[in-house]
Each structure stands twice: as structure tokens, then as C-alpha cells.
Design a protein around this ligand. Structure first.
Ligand code: B3K
Ligand code: ZN
Length: 882
């Protein structure tokens, strides 16, 4: 493991390399413990570069075996080598030269899952961001692009498949017992997109004809006998390819596109050129073992990685500070894809829920950073929800500001101008300016300022002059290292809704730009006046969540109810319901803390129940409407002095109040949406299941017995219903015989299916209350627990820390101590996994004092621990400091 050097990388220090890499030719002789890597690299000195500059190659835990210059062994005096760096001097000034580096690596002992490693007997690689330097000495940075030729030599036994990027060149016998395969990728790429897979896997094959009529072979590799479970992924892939042609004019560019599913993977998936590697969780699905959410995730992630072929691979990043150039844009593209495949409004609601529950806390806590940061200590810690999801929101705001046509003109120009480049965020934004003439200088601040803006709104209506006035003010709280914030360009989709439900068309709007229903807030405070408004309108602002902001506005519950019942934008209806729910949940929390009775606004309850029972709405929307803000949402809204137990009790009390009032509606939904046909994963069917299941949740509060959920569990004909009913049993009746019986049945039935056993762990890790810690410890001792498998560790320890607010935030702080111990232990084998799980404590300062003190102590224990990775040290220090 690389130990921390404390070194900080700064954007301002960027400069191009002194040497240009022309070609890469790699030969691997695979062996589980002793793989030989031979890298032939052709370089020439960049024009204008210092003639004396040495060639510096990155390494990570490498041992050099031999080094040749133009095929002649290099004298040791000409280079310096450490495990982290190879420095070569006295290289030709003008002419190209070839360096040949040979070294040996041990894939089997690679527990970090970065570089070349083994998973279930399969060789596989993960190189983003800096894993390639764990394979060979190399200029391992994204602005060094070259075509690659790869030769893989391996024992025939156990490795019938030898895969790499690009097109297959040929292969055959190599020597006694070994064979080889050669691949060539003509598209210049950075090393982080390199991939190699070798082993024995099953395959699902299909093909796709591109818009210019080229035939592309599609292959998805999975463990033997799991082939039928890859059918949905294949379907999602073909739909993604088609959609990218139609929506963005992007065509695939190799003869073959491959996906390999592996069971040990640090993240969701990786967009290696022509050879995506996936966590098998995001490939494998069938009705018996995958939920509707699993299907939706597979569709989304297959699309995301495929879309990277243009946004990430053909156009890559100049340096890692530009990560959101590829990630923000690609998330935007996958969100658009899912919206087109499913219900746009429901997708938007889900995305905004996710943004608020993950990104907003990050942006409001010690780990806050701009979407385009300007320094980092460990780049792996910047694959964050800010870079990804806020990055996508920024892209979406560009689309809102420019309109559909302007946005498409901008992306067309971007693809044309920067194909083959390692680009910057500035390059990207410039394309939209050049394509449309719109000045985005102020808008650019979104990329370089951290923090969620708070927009405060107040309104006035004057019937005499038929004028509506809207005063807006924007502020952003200071974030680590950034105290002064400049005003942002915030596009707010806005409607004034009249009594009859119509949207008012003002005669004139003064005070700023208002075009196509979008109000452009650009000053710190700005007053807009709308004239020609015949009656007092209800203001619906930030429709579709056009900007990722917090909104503060005194709006009467009558007005919110009017929006919830009559807005034409379904998203805004949900937003109004949330705005109605939160004060009730906060008041309930305060009541619980002061020992008072919880009371819930009856108008809110009846609005909710009316929407639940209204057949004019799609079921998926109704299910979203019925899903109250989570306990974490309430904690975030309250902001400080949080007591997770009080929030939990309060939310349950509000659920009970809604449940009791709506019991007949919920019973009706539960019985009328019973699954009758064969399972289909489409969005409409999934929506019906989600409405029925949330009705079951409410009924568990109205009826207070586990019977209904136990019966639903027994009768479930698919994993969605099975897992949901099991979650009602475990969340609501954890000590019941029904819950333990169902868990035992589930365990026996799915013991051999790792992905389903992950659910078994997740469900138990989320059981609330002080008993959780003991449960987690005993589950860690279970024969099913596998400490080396990231999915399993995330299911148990990750769910406990991220998804069990009462269990994790015990008042005695014991669960924080447990997490500290786990983080220190996980860090020794897999620093990325450890650092990621540790971010679960990012909101520790908003806890009430006793818990916050315990949390600080646990974080300090980690900080004082010797031999921490850079990954964990970076996170823990920022969390304690910020
Ligand atoms: N680009 C990868 C993430 C790599 C993470 C490296 N620590 C997956 C994706 O965003 O598509
Ligand atoms: Zn991505």
C-alpha cells in the first residue's frame, strides 16, 4: 500500500508532459502470483520542451526487472528507480525512441482491487484513476493518449478467454500449455481506460447495427450458468446505443463492445474502451433474484458506461481536476436516457431525492468541494456525489438556460471540436457559448464554488395595479477553504398559477430576464415584477428542480396544497408535498423531544391520501408522493443538534397518523394492485408494485401486526415483493417470530446467490435501535460474511453506517468506535473501500453534543492510527478540520 506522503496536487501546477507518447505495446504473461509485464513505449520529446528534461514514469509498489532503450540494456547510471517512480535521463533530443520496461506483479495478493487482480479465479483490471501504475511504469495521467497493442499469454487451462481493449487481432498456441491473443485499440486513449480480462466465463452474444450500417458484435461475459441473468443488461445496452445515436448523434466506433461482470469490484462499473468491467450486481438480474430497483440500476449503469465512450473516452479529461467534465455530463446523459425509457417526472423525483440526501449533506459539511476542485491529496476521494450528481445538475442548468436546440448545438460542437482531446471544463462551456452566443462567464462559478445556494423568496400582490412582485436573495454558506462566495447565475423555472389552475401570462416582467418560463437570478438580490396578473397567483418556483438549491419561502399550506393538487408539473406537486411534510416532521421531532403529543396537519394528511387514491396519476408517482422525507432528510433540514432517536419516533408517529386516516385507501391499493400477470420489469409494472408495497408499509402502522407483511412475503412471486415485505417485517417488527422466520427462509433459499445474500445482510443491517450493533457483530461472524468482498462489506458495514440512523448513532458512541475499528482494518486491504465507508460520518457535527463528542473521539482514534492509507487519512483529516 502507498503510504501517505501528505503531498497535495494543485490544478494551478498543471503543465503538459515533456515527452509525447506515440505508441504502447504491452505483453502480459499471466500467472496468478508472478505475472510478467513487458511495456514497449515509443516517445519523442515535445516540441519546445527542455532538451535536458528526464522522462519520469509513475509506479506504485513496482519492482523494475529490466530496462532497455532502443532494445539495448540501459546503464544503471542513466536512471533512478523506486517503487513509485522511474526517472530516465539523457534521452534523445529530436528523434523518437523506444523504452522497454519489464517488471513482475502479483495479481493474487492485490487486495486493493486497483491494477491487475484476481476475482473468483478471473484476472481483471481496474485502472481509473491511478491503477495503471500498479501494472507497469508509465506516464499515468489522463492527458497522455496513445493507441495500444496488447498481447496476452496465459495457460490454456482455466483461461479460455483473453480479452483487452479494441479489436481482436488474432491468437493461437504460444507454447506447451499456453496460448495467446492480441488486441489493437486504434483510438488513442489514456492509461486509465486500459483493461485486461482473462479466465473462464460464459457469454451472451448479440449484435447492433449502427446508424451508418456497421455491424458491432456485443458480448456480455458472466460466470457460467448465469447467462440467462444477463439478458436484461444486453437489452439495456442495445437501447443505450440506439438512444445515443438518436439523441446525441453518437455512433459506436469499434467492431466489438464487451462487458465483463465480476464479483469483487470497488465501484459500480468502469468504462474501459470497448471492454467495460462491471460489478456483477449491475449486470445480473432475473425476477426471482432482482428487484425493480436493481433492474433500473442495471439499465442506468449499462447506459452510463456506454455513454462514456464519447463523453470520457473519445473526449477525455486533461487532468483529474476535470473529472466532472466526463462524469457530470455522463450522469446527465444517463438521467436523460432513463427519463426517456421511464417516467420523466418520477425519474426526476428520484434523482432529486438522491441529490438532496447525498450531495446536499456533502456540500454542507466538512467534505464540501467545488464540482471542479482545485487541489486534492487523493484523487480517489473525489469520485463524489458533488462531481457526479451536482456535475449533472450543472449540465442540466446549461440545457435549461440554452433550451433544447441550443444545448444540442453546444454538444454537437463539443464532439466535433474536441474529439480525440484531453479537454477541460472551460473547453466544454466554451462550446455552448460559441454555439449559441450566450455568455456563460458568471454561470461558470457553479463549477468552482462549493456549497448549496440558499435562495430566499418573498412575494407581494397588488390587485390595484395587477402586479405581482417576487423578491429573491441568494447566499451560500462558507465551505472549507472558501469563505467568500460570488453570486451565481441561477435558472429558476417559474409559474404563476391562477385560481382556475391556469398559468398566468404576464404582460411584462421587469427586474431581470424571464424567458420561456425561466427566471434568471444573477444578482445577490433581485426583485422581479410581473404586470398584468389579474388575481393573486400561487407561486410555483424551481419547477422540475431547475437549479440545485435550497429554497426558503413562507408559503401558506393552502398555497402548497393548491400546487400539490393542481400543478401541471408533476415534480412540483411532489415538491409541494415535501414542503408540507417537512414542517410536520420537524414539529413532531420537537414534540417527541419535549415529551409532547405529536399532531399532524389534517389538511396535509387528506391531500396525501387524495393523491394516493387518485387513479389519474401513474402509480409510480403516487408511490413517490406517499414516501415521506427520510429520517436523514429531516436531520438535514433541522441542520443541528440532531437526535436520531427522536426523529425516528417522530417520523413513525407521522406515518401512523397518515396510515390511520387513510387505512381504507391503503387497503384498496394493496388489494387492487395485487400482482396477477407474469413479472415484467418495465416502469409501469414496477410503479404498480411500488404503490402496493408502500400501501403495505402504511398498513403496518395502521394495523400494528406483522401478519399482512408475513403473508405478502409467503405469497411473493418476485424479489421486489419479497424483499419489500421482508423489509416491513424487519423494520417494523424486528423481534417478531414472523421476521425471524422470514429471514431464515430467505437465507436457506438464497444461500448460494451472493447478490441476494447481500440483500439479506442489508436488510438486517438497517434494523433500527440499540440492538443493531450486536446484530452487526454477530452477522460479521456468520458463515456468509466475506470480508474481502466489497459488495458484502458495503451491505453490512456500509448499510449500518449510512442507512441505520438510530442503530449507528447510539447515544453511548459504541457504534462509532466499532466503525473506527472496522475502517482501520479494512484500510489495510482496501483503502478505497475504507475511505468511502468512512464518509458516512461526514455530518457528525450536526448531531447533538453527546453524540458529536463520541463521534469526534472515534474519528480521532482513526486519525492517530499508524500506517493509514492516503485515502483514509485525507478523509479523516478533512472531517475533523472542516
Ligand atoms: N469512471 C468510473 C469510476 C472510477 C472510480 C475510480 N476510483 C465509473 C464511472 O463513473 O462510470
Ligand atoms: Zn462515469
Amino acid at each position: 500500500m502507498r503510504t501517505d506522503t501528505g503531498q497535495i496536487v494543485q490544478l494551478a501546477d498543471y503543465r503538459p508532459t515533456d515527452f509525447v507518447l506515440e505508441r504502447v505495446d504491452l505483453t502480459f504473461e499471466l500467472d496468478p502470483q508472478n505475472t510478467k509485464v513487458e511495456a514497449r513505449l515509443i516517445f519523442h520529446r515535445r516540441e519546445g520542451a527542455d532538451k535536458a528534461a528526464p522522462l519520469i514514469l509513475d509506479g506504485d509498489e513496482l519492482t523494475l526487472s529490466s530496462l532497455l532503450l532502443d532494445q539495448i540494456e540501459m546503464p544503471t547510471a542513466q536512471y533512478d528507480v523506486t517503487p513509485e517512480r522511474l526517472t530516465i535521463r539523457d534521452l534523445p533530443e529530436e528523434i523518437p525512441f523506444e523504452i522497454c520496461v519489464t517488471n513482475y506483479i502479483n495479481p493474487e495478493s492485490n487486495t486493493q482491487l486497483m491494477g491487475l487482480y484476481r476475482t473468483n479465479g478471473v484476472y481483471c483490471t481496474q485502472c481509473e484513476a491511478e491503477g495503471f501504475r500498479r501494472i507497469t511504469y508509465f506516464p499515468d495521467r489522463p492527458d497522455v493518449l496513445a493507441p495500444y497493442t496488447i498481447t496476452i499469454i496465459a495457460a490454456k487451462e482455466g483461461n479460455p478467454l483473453l480479452l483487452s481493449n479494441g479489436n481482436f487481432l488474432g491468437g493461437g498456441n504460444y507454447d506447451e500449455g499456453r496460448h495467446f491473443a492480441a488486441w489493437f485499440d486504434p483510438h488513442p486513449k489514456p492509461s486509465y481506460l486500459f483493461a485486461l480480462v482473462a479466465g473462464d466465463l460464459g457469454v451472451v452474444e448479440d449484435s447492433f447495427t449502427t446508424m451508418s450500417g456497421r455491424e458491432v458484435a456485443l458480448k456480455i461475459y458472466v460466470e457460467h450458468d448465469k447467462e440467462p441473468r444477463a439478458a436484461y443488461a444486453m437489452d439495456a445496452l442495445k437501447r443505450s446505443m440506439k438512444w445515443d445515436e438518436e439523441r446525441f448523434g453518437r455512433e459506436y466506433d469499434l467492431d466489438i463492445f464487451m462487458i465483463v461482470a465480476v464479483s469483487d469490484f470497488n465501484m459500480g462499473a468502469m468504462e474501459n474502451k470497448g471492454l467495460n468491467v462491471f460489478n456483477d450486481k449491475y449486470v445480473l438480474a432475473d425476477p426471482e433474484t432482482a428487484t425493480d430497483a436493481d433492474y433500473a440500476n442495471i439499465e442506468r449503469i449499462i447506459a452510463h458506461e456506454y455513454f462514456h465512450n464519447w463523453t470520457g473516452n473519445r473526449i477525455t479529461c486533461r487532468d483529474w481536476f476535470q473529472l466532472c467534465l466526463k462524469e457530470g455530463l455522463t450522469v446527465y446523459r444517463d438521467q436523460e436516457f432513463s427519463s426517456d425509457m421511464r417516467s420523466r417526472a418520477v425519474k426526476r423525483i428520484a434523482d432529486v431525492r438522491h441529490l438532496k440526501s447525498e450531495q446536499f449533506p456533502e456540500d454542507g459539511g466538512p467534505l464540501a468541494h467545488p464540482p471542479r476542485p482545485d487541489k486534492y491529496r487523493e484523487i480517489n476521494n473525489f469520485y463524489t456525489t458533488t462531481v457526479y450528481e451536482k456535475g449533472a445538475e450543472i449540465t442540466g442548468m446549461i440545457a435549461t438556460i440554452l433550451g433544447e436546440d441550443g444545448f444540442r448545438k453546444g454538444t454537437d460542437l463539443y464532439f466535433e471540436r474536441h474529439d480525440g482531446d484531453a479537454a477541460t471544463v472551460e473547453d466544454f462551456v466554451k462550446c455552448f457559448e460559441d454555439a449559441t452566443g450566450r455568455d456563460l462567464t458568471q454561470f461558470f462559478r457553479w463549477y468552482i464554488q462549493a456549497g448549496t445556494p440558499l435562495v430566499s423568496a418573498s412575494t407581494a400582490y397588488d390587485p390595484a395595479s395587477a402586479t405581482f412582485t417576487l423578491s429573491l436573495e441568494q447566499t451560500v454558506a462558507p465551505t472549507p477553504g472558501q469563505s467568500r462566495k460570488e453570486p451565481l447565475h441561477i435558472p429558476l423555472s417559474t409559474a404563476l398559477i391562477l385560481d382556475n389552475g391556469q398559468i398566468a401570462t404576464p404582460i411584462k416582467v421587469e427586474g431581470g430576464e424571464f424567458k420561456d418560463g425561466v427566471l434568471h437570478l444573477t444578482e445577490r438580490s433581485q426583485r422581479f415584477t410581473f404586470t398584468g396578473i389579474s388575481s393573486r397567483p400561487v407561486l410555483s418556483i424551481n419547477r422540475s428542480f431547475s437549479a440545485p438549491i435550497n429554497l426558503h419561502m413562507e408559503q401558506s399550506s393552502d398555497d402548497l396544497i393548491q400546487i400539490a393538487r393542481h400543478e401541471t408539473d408533476l415534480f412540483s406537486r411532489w415538491q409541494a408535498l415535501t414542503a408540507l411534510a417537512l414542517p410536520n416532521l420537524i414539529a413532531a421531532t420537537q414534540a417527541v423531544r419535549s415529551g409532547n403529543e405529536v399532531s399532524v396537519d389534517p389538511a396535509f394528511i387528506s391531500t396525501l391520501i387524495e393523491i394516493a387514491g387518485n387513479d389519474e396519476f401513474e402509480p409510480a408517482f403516487r408511490a413517490q408522493a406517499l414516501t415521506l422525507p427520510s429520517e436523514a432528510d429531516v436531520a438535514r433540514e433541522m441542520g443541528k443538534d440532531n437526535d436520531p432517536n427522536a426523529i425516528h419516533k417522530a417520523r413513525n408517529a407521522v406515518m401512523r397518523a397518515v396510515a390511520k386516516a387513510g387505512v381504507e385507501t391503503f387497503k384498496g391499493l394493496f388489494s387492487s394492485f395485487e400482482e396477477k400477470d407474469d413479472y415484467s420489469p418495465d416502469a409501469a409494472s414496477a410503479g404498480r408494485r411500488s404503490l402496493r408495497n408502500i400501501a403495505m408499509s402504511y398498513l403496518s402502522y395502521a394495523e400494528e401486526t406483522p401478519e399482512r407483511a408475513a403473508k405478502a412475503f409467503a405469497n411473493a412471486s418476485n424479489m421486489t415483493d419479497m424483499a419489500y415485505s421482508l423489509s416491513v417485517l424487519t423494520q417494523r417488527f424486528p423481534d417478531s417470530a414472523e421476521a425471524s422466520d422470514a429471514l431464515a427462509t430467505f437465507e436457506t433459499r438464497f444461500a448460494d446467490n451472493a447478490l441476494v445474500m447481500d440483500k439479506w445482510f442489508t436488510l438486517q443491517a438497517a434494523i433500527p435501535g440499540d440492538g443493531a450493533l450486536a446484530r452487526i457483530t454477530s452477522l460479521m461472524a456468520s458463515k456468509h460474511f466475506i470480508a474481502t468482498n466489497p459488495n458484502r462489506v458495503r451491505s453490512l458495514i456500509g448499510t449500518f453506517a449510512f442507512g441505520n440512523p438510530t442503530g449507528f448513532n447510539r447515544a453511548d458512541g459504541k457504534a462509532y468506535d466499532f466503525l473506527a475499528e472496522q475502517i482501520i482494518a479494512i484500510d489495510k486491504r482496501n483503502p478505497q473501500l475504507a475511505a468511502r465507508i468512512l464518509t458516512s460520518m461526514r455530518s457528525w457535527r450536526s448531531l447533538e453534543a453527546v453524540r458529536a463528542d463520541h463521534a469526534r473521539e472515534a474519528l480521532t482514534t482513526i486519525e492517530r492510527s499508524a500506517g493509514l492509507s492516503t485515502d483514509v487519512r485525507d478523509i479523516v483529516e478533512r472531517m475533523l478540520k472542516g
